[in-house]
Design a protein around this ligand. Sequence first.
Ligand SMILES: [Zn+2]
Length: 283
Amino acid sequence: MKRLKVKRELVLAALLFGSIMHAAAQETKVRWFGHSAFSITTPNGKVLLIDPWLNNPLNPEAKDGKDPLAAVPKVDYILLTHGHRDHVGDAVEVARKTGAVLICNPELAGNLVKLVDFPAKQAQTDGIMQIGGEIQIADGEVTIAMTAAVHSSSVFNPKAGPNEPERAYGGSPAGFVIIIKNGPTIYHSGDTAYFKDMETIGESYSIDVALINISGMGPKMSAKAAQSIRAKLVIPHHFGTFAGLLQNADGFAAEVKRLKIGLYQMQPGETILFRGKQMIKAK
Ligand SMILES: [Zn+2]
């Protein structure tokens, strides 16, 4: 009888320990580096880096001559919404350093390999996709859907001669829906104007967190974008980085509040945590 009781307590302790470990393993981390650059760490520890301009002036890791790449030792996937330099950013260096696989459209991938020496092997995988496509990565833990964006896209060609265009074709600009098992479904808008088919994205996916670029649309339309996406929580990006962009998210915040949508304004360098689909705390 006594032995049985001890056994039972051991089992209970093991169950409790297991559930604590399980809870820790259920956390998804989202980090903002400033501009449109985010990393997502899944519950199983896979790291996705989106539009990795880590050397942007807002990133605290890039200030005072620091090497921002030192802060991202592990990256499994690099997601690019389009070819503009403020989104491709440090993708080539990150890919070389980490071996990360590229996820973007084939024209952008091809020209990044040809014109700026992106590692070819990492740009020739199942991660190459088109708008409307869905792929599974990270051993099935993450599903990526590529969605439309209304913008332009080109790859800067440093090898262009004096009579050649300095911008090469970058395919269609895009956004991403990132569905994480035991984690949130995250929408990254890329760099887009408002378009009414955002409503279809909102109907097709249950978006927990929308990362919305606010400068391309302005406060009113970017808040409308968050509404069309049916975001439960919205986080603004693509502002305050350089002249010509919106310098803060105040107008956006006011509009989002008026529409009664949950808002969280991240600071550059900040990491937020999700347990399941719920944001639990800022870190
Ligand atoms: Zn752009």
